[in-house]
Design a protein around this ligand. Structure first.
Ligand code: SF4
Ligand code: SF4
Ligand code: FES
Length: 363
């Protein structure tokens, strides 16, 4: 018999005058978000544990003398919440003005990363470029970190720690951390070294969650000068059988970058270094686009598939005839589906009589 958990019984609260059901444990932000209320956030990434750092998501709660962060405050039965009073909007605007005063640049290229426009969009929404405050610039860009993938332009950092949290919580890598406090806050690696000398796997998760573009996709921004609008095409990463969903970024016929699909059922925004950065092979000049066979002259020549397969079959037969059935070996591609891997092992075991079969995903 299935028993209902009385603690999980739906409760009621009020947001902006509307009574809403919620499940105990939900935060005010989660309930408001699924009810279509657009509370602004900067340190929030729905894939990460609530953090409560930026204070942009504050709301008024009856009985509370100060606004509370909606992303970290859990709803309680009968709670009455207001999300968009004049006072809250002014509070948010001042917070954004202060953040603007700390950064070198607000408007960054969309190619920097998936979330790179979040800060600029909020600054515009709240008309926060007043220049009323002159802040000390916080964060020191690591121009010495010349790795090929990640630009560490911390002059644009607002210390939301989304990069540090995604690296720890989603990637389990703990490659980056926070050093110092206040204006001297700095995102860093152990011993302040380069990413290549740290535990970083270059998965790019930190880039894609950064709301200011302080962390940026170096390969993508190198295409900033290319003419044309950036288009996104949803597809599946070609590298292995996990099937991560990605959005391929193109300008005209040129692939310029990859965004992880935050709603991809297999990856929920996660990618590895290959899926994130190794897209060049698609348009590489050395990529084979037709089968080749070696001719009498010792050179490779383009041919049709039947000719190429006949040549391969003859080569296999010769080797087995001369050196025995265990002289052949097959490695299945990690990019192939299960069905193709199954057929390859059948081909080796039943066809050639050897168990010499492996898969590159095991490496
Ligand atoms: S690329 Fe991945 S592993 Fe490296 S710092 Fe960023 S999140 Fe961490
Ligand atoms: S680098 Fe980006 S994600 Fe990391 S703390 Fe700074 S603004 Fe946030
Ligand atoms: S989103 Fe709630 S404090 Fe930043």
């Amino acid at each position: 018999m299935i028993m209902s958990n009385p603690d999980r019984k739906l409760q009621k609260m009020v947001i902006d005058g509307v009574e809403i059901d919620y499940t105990p444990g939900e935060t005010i932000y989660q309930i408001a978000d699924r009810s279509g209320k657009h509370i602004p956030t900067l340190c929030n990434d729905p894939r990460l544990e609530p953090f409560g750092g930026c204070r942009l998501c504050v709301v008024e709660v009856d009985g509370s003398s100060n606004p509370v962060a909606s992303c970290t405050t859990k709803a309680t039965p009968g709670m009455v919440v207001r999300t968009n009073t004049d006072c809250l909007e002014e509070y948010r605007r001042v917070l954004l003005e202060l953040l603007v005063s700390e950064n070198r640049e607000i408007d960054v290229d969309t190619l920097r990363g998936y979330a790179s426009q979040e800060f600029a969009e909020l600054v515009d929404r709240y008309d926060a470029r007043s220049g009323r405050f002159v802040g000390v610039r916080s964060g020191r860009s690591r121009t010495d970190d010349d790795n090929p993938f990640i630009l560490r332009d911390y002059d644009l950092c607002i210390s939301c720690y989304r990069c540090v949290r995604v690296c720890a919580e989603r990637e389990g890598d703990y490659a980056i951390s926070v050093m110092n406090r206040g204006f001297r806050t700095q995102i860093t690696t152990e011993f302040e070294g380069l990413l290549a000398d740290s535990a970083c796997t270059f998965c790019g998760q930190c880039i894609q969650t950064c709301p200011t573009g302080a962390l940026a996709d170096r390969k993508a921004i190198s295409a900033a000068e290319l003419q044309g609008a950036v288009e996104k095409t949803r597809t599946v990463c070609p590298y292995c059988g996990v099937g991560c969903s990605v959005d391929i970024l193109t300008k005209g016929d040129t692939i310029v970058g990859v965004h992880p699909a935050m709603d991809g059922p297999a990856n929920l925004g996660a990618l590895c270094v290959k899926g994130q950065f190794a897209f060049d092979f698609v348009q590489h000049q050395d990529r084979l686009s037709a089968p080749l066979v070696r001719g009498e002259d010792g050179e490779l020549h383009e041919t049709d598939w039947d000719t190429a397969l006949d040549r391969a079959a003859a080569g296999f037969s010769d080797v087995v005839a001369n050196h025995g059935r265990h002289s052949v070996y097959a490695v299945a591609s990690g990019r192939a589906p299960n069905e193709a891997a199954y057929i390859l092992q059948k081909f080796m075991r039943a066809g050639w009589g050897t168990n010499h079969i492996d898969n590159c995903s095991r490496a």
